[in-house]
Design a binder for this molecule. Sequence first.
Ligand code: ADP
Ligand code: MG
Length: 242
Amino acid sequence: MGKIIVKNLKKSYGSNQVLKGIDMQVREGEVVCVIGPSGSGKSTFLRCMNMLEEITAGEVIVDDYKLGDKNVDINKVRENIGMVFQHFNLFPHMTVLKNIMFAPTELGKQTKAQARETAMKLLDRVGLADKADVLPGQLSGGQKQRVAIARALAMNPDIMLFDEPTSALDPEMVGEVLGVMKDLAREGMTMMIVTHEMGFAREVSDRVVFMDGGYIVEEGTPQEVFGNPKNERTISFLEKVL
Ligand code: ADP
Ligand code: MG
């Protein structure tokens, strides 16, 4: 499990059409990086994958569940999709451990004891086993983001969505977060990652998608998109960021 099919997806805010007809597929275990200029619709696109934004037209199908279909329980679909944002959104009044235990216990997926065990394993995996009992406020940005990733993994999702997970970090902390994401990619997680880290996108993605003006303008392997971009707009974007 862990695949996404997007057909002619459109999204408008009032009269502002932000996504203008997007077609894309993410296969199980595939890592897709989404790049493109600010305002091109990357976040909106990502947020349509779990219906944090309502879909205006077209289809998003996650593991055979068509989002927005009246027979599909979006909360069930969301349990299988972890999401990590630019601004960690940790619960500030809960310890790191409690942050990670929250969803599985609140939703009745795990007992407290099970959730604690899972949380400790996840913290170990992101290199923060010694931070279980501290509050988020005592952590660095990079540590917060690794906790946010652990928290998203606590529901054991097949798909992870990342929206610029390193954009709010001081440069020296970017590597530790990207490292955790690389491990996930290697372990076969299906991932969609909006990022400005071109080196990371080149190294880790199976496919790179370039968006501009609400369209996917170009997509291909990292070698194709970075090494031999075909579209004028891709070329001009890459000239600015590389
Ligand atoms: P990106 O992530 O590529 O920078 P976004 O998806 O955030 O692009 O935004 C694309 C466009 O949609 C922008 O013009 C933005 O102003 C608009 N937009 C995004 N979110 C909303 C919202 N909740 N309400 C109205 N307009 C929005
Ligand atoms: Mg964005």
